[in-house]
Design a protein around this ligand. Structure first.
Ligand code: AR6
Length: 244
């Protein structure tokens, strides 16, 4: 095994990344920024959550009930930096050098090496996505995507850009052979995209993508932070992923 690297003091992201790649999942835990991380098996699938909750009466859905698909999706409310998944997605800005909101949380938790790797990447245009290591995060990778700045009713091109954020992030999941990823509510904070309109886009993308790639991933987690977003997703999920 490579010589031990202290992720808090190491200055070389490439060395740190190679070191982490050589560790088992258990060994990586020692390097997490937190102890109270949440493993994927602790996050119920949408199928499990709905079975427990006695599903709210939903309007009839245009989609067929697909239990296998429902078991590939989760709704989780909390801090995305705590999730032990293959990748968490970051709602970044085009510089990729960090910022406020979830971007700030991810950079603080991952540590300075994330910024060092991001520094080497070209700017990321709106709707595009790039992947880096996760460093001190429980997530192995961070997928950085830049959402549209809507600040109110989104234009048709902003709707497409938000779709692209999710689709390009999912493409990186496929390209890197990852089996689980967690997404925050991209663009709905500082970038002002209305939350419910965003959730409709997200669920439409996830349903379509999972129908095509169901065997490629174990789980996609929608990570909401605010109660209002949880309510929106709880309302819309039964339409896109009907349980009964
Ligand atoms: N875990 C999960 N979700 C979170 C967390 C967290 N720890 N913290 C906030 N959120 P925002 P944007 C939610 O503003 O609108 C940055 O400065 C939050 O409640 O982070 O895409 C970047 O550098 C909201 O639902 O991202 C950009 O300049 C969601 O994350 C700009 O903000 C997105 O809110 C991007 O703005």
């Amino acid at each position: 095994m490579a010589e031990r690297v202290d992720l808090k003091s190491s200055m070389d992201w490439k060395v740190a990344k190679a070191f982490l790649r050589g560790l088992s999942d258990k060994q990586r835990e020692e390097h997490y920024f937190c102890r109270d991380f949440i493993s994927l098996k602790k996050i119920p699938t949408w199928e499990e959550a709905e079975a427990k909750e006695a599903p709210a009466k939903a309007a009839p859905s245009q989609y067929p009930v697909d239990k296998a698909l429902n078991a590939k999706v989760s709704l989780f409310r909390g801090d995305i930096t705590k999730l032990q998944v293959d990748a968490i997605v970051n709602a970044a800005n085009s510089s990729l050098m960090g910022g406020g909101g979830v971007d700030g949380c991810i950079h603080r938790a991952a540590g300075h090496l994330l910024r060092e790797e991001c520094r080497t990447l070209p700017r990321c245009e709106t709707g595009k996505a790039r992947i880096t290591g996760g460093y001190r995060l429980p997530a192995k990778h961070v997928i950085h995507t830049v959402g549209p700045i809507a600040q109110g009713e989104p234009t048709p091109s902003q709707v497409q850009e938000l779709r692209s954020c999710y689709l390009n992030s999912l493409q990186l999941v496929l390209d890197h052979g990852l089996s689980s990823a967690a997404f925050p509510c991209i663009s709905t904070g500082a970038f002002g995209y209305p939350s419910e309109a965003a959730a409709e886009v997200v669920l439409d993308v996830l349903r379509g993508w999972l129908q095509e790639h169901r065997d490629k991933v174990e789980r996609l987690v929608i990570c909401v932070f605010l109660e209002k977003d949880e309510k929106i997703y709880r309302k819309l999920l039964p339409h896109f992923f009907p349980v009964a």
